[in-house]
Design a binder for this molecule. Structure first.
Ligand code: PLP
Length: 470
């Protein structure tokens, strides 16, 4: 393909994307593909001869698109939204076109310095004090892994990377039962081991960790000769939005010298609205905080904002400086590859810059506030509808419910059947989770272009399909 053909196709692709986004609400939200259908439609072997883009693009529409679940659909209420607002998509296109590697300052000074400034913008936007530094990671999972590795190295007096873990004291990391599975994986990969991830009991409506139970667990581990290393808090966990009492838990952690990490992958975006910050009051005492602009805020995936009160511990854990990576002669420069597990890094800051400038923080706040208000209005309506029970209350825009008509014999099976029937119907998309062993249905609103009518339409769809199930 020459670059003139590239430009022609670039125009066609842009037109296609416009039409797709403008009409996506007419499609069923979840793909209706059967397992193996796409695989069977793809040739077993690659072509030996070149094929025209015309044919490739036709197959893209015929084979790929029917197998897509539409995450940018305004009635996507499943999981958490993974938004890709138009300006962030444009920035990604430019990033793909120039494709710089952003591991060192000198491998693209603009990317590094833009990243520094955008992390300052984001930190200020969510109300963190100026002394936090930041780095953009590919995902919250990577940020959590980096934080867990830092916990490990700090607790082992910086000997783990060099000497390995054999013969070392048994490290202990604390979290609640509600944390995301990325925490378990970070613990596995860091060599700390699942048995040393201590699940502290939760209490209350926010399903948060009990600080007193946390302190008891730490003391018991000290008594047993183990070495407490770190604390991982959730603010807006995935299942029900569970949120730990941040100030109380961080106070305990400080008393015991633990490194602390806050996973606010989804809910962190809401903190651009000052009225939602009470949920994480005290967070400025944490060592490490992650939130995903690639979820609710609108930046195209991937883009995870990782804030550090003092980056030295992280850099001491992760920096490797082989001779060929050293940048000589420049003082005070940042090489962000020393702040993350992967070496190669994409230019992710550009889409934050495009996004925030296009909408302004006030425009982004308006959207998030609407999502929360509309989600709560839907909650209030379903709470009054006979046959339905709210299981967990709204945390920002997320809450859970069950269908419990009189005489229902197997509520778990009934609710699973309901969520499946709703998703087969295609007008909306929901997912389920478990709360205290019970199967419940989640609702969250957060798609960038969703409207009040989209959100409220979920009531009719849920009631109509539940009525059909009996
Ligand atoms: C989505 C999510 C994650 C994982 O985020 P990735 O960026 O996909 O790794 C972690 N924690 C919570 C609470 C999440 O909602």
């Amino acid at each position: 393909m020459d670059w003139d053909d590239f430009a022609d196709w670039g125009h066609r692709v842009t037109d296609w994307a416009r039409d797709y986004r403008k009409t996506v609400s007419e499609r069923p939200v979840r793909a209706r593909t059967e397992p193996g259908e796409v695989l069977d439609a793809l040739p077993q072997a690659p072509p030996e001869a070149p094929e025209p883009m015309q044919d490739i693009f036709r197959d893209f529409e015929d084979i790929v698109m029917p197998g897509i679940t539409h995450w940018q659909h305004p009635r996507f209420f499943a999981y958490f939204s993974a938004n890709a607002a138009a300006p962030s998509v444009l920035a990604e296109f430019l990033t793909a076109a120039i494709s710089p590697q952003c591991m060192l300052w000198q491998t693209s000074p603009a990317a590094t310095e833009m990243e520094t400034r955008m992390m300052q913008w984001l930190g200020g936007a969510i109300g963190l004090p100026d002394d936090f530094a930041g780095v953009i990671q590919d995902s919250a999972s990577s940020a959590t892994l980096a934080a867990v590795l830092t916990m490990r190295e700090r607790a082992l007096d910086w000997q783990g990377n060099r000497a390995g873990l054999s013969g070392q004291p048994r490290l202990r990391v604390y979290c609640s039962s509600e944390v995301h599975t990325s925490v378990d994986r970070a613990i596995w990969v860091a060599g700390i081991g699942q048995d040393n991830l201590v699940r502290v009991p939760i209490r209350g409506d926010w399903r948060g960790m009990d600080p007193r139970a946390l302190e008891d667990a730490i003391n018991a581990d000290h008594d047993a000769g183990h070495r407490p290393a770190g604390l991982i808090l959730s603010v807006g966990a995935t299942g029900t939005g569970a949120t730990d009492p941040v100030a109380g838990c961080l106070e305990v952690a400080e008393r015991h010298g633990l490194y602390t990490h806050v996973d606010a992958a989804w809910a962190g975006a809401a903190m651009i609205c000052p009225e939602f910050r009470s949920y994480w009051q005290g967070v400025e005492r944490a060592d490490s905080i992650v939130f995903n602009p690639h979820k609710w805020l609108g930046a195209q995936f991937d883009c995870s904002a990782h804030f550090l009160r003092d980056p030295d511990d992280l850099v001491r854990t992760l920096a490797i400086q082989p001779e060929y990576l050293k940048t000589h002669g420049k003082d005070g420069i940042v090489n962000y590859s020393e702040w993350s597990v992967p070496l190669g890094r994409r230019f992710r800051a550009l889409k934050i810059w495009f996004l925030i400038r296009t909408y302004g923080l006030e425009g982004l706040r308006d959207r998030l506030r609407n999502h929360v208000a509309w989600s709560r209005a839907l909650h209030d309506r379903l709470a009054e509808t006979p046959g339905f029970e709210i299981v967990t209350p709204p945390m920002w825009s997320l809450w859970t419910f069950r269908y419990l008509p009189e005489g229902a014999r197997d509520p778990d099976a009934l609710n699973l059947a309901l969520v499946n029937a709703i998703n087969d119907d295609g007008r909306i998309y929901l997912t389920q989770t478990r709360v205290d062993g019970k199967l419940v249905i989640r609702f969250q609103a957060g798609q960038f272009d969703t409207t009040e009518a989209d959100v409220m339409s979920a009531h009719d769809v849920i009631c109509e399909i539940a009525g059909r199930l009996g």
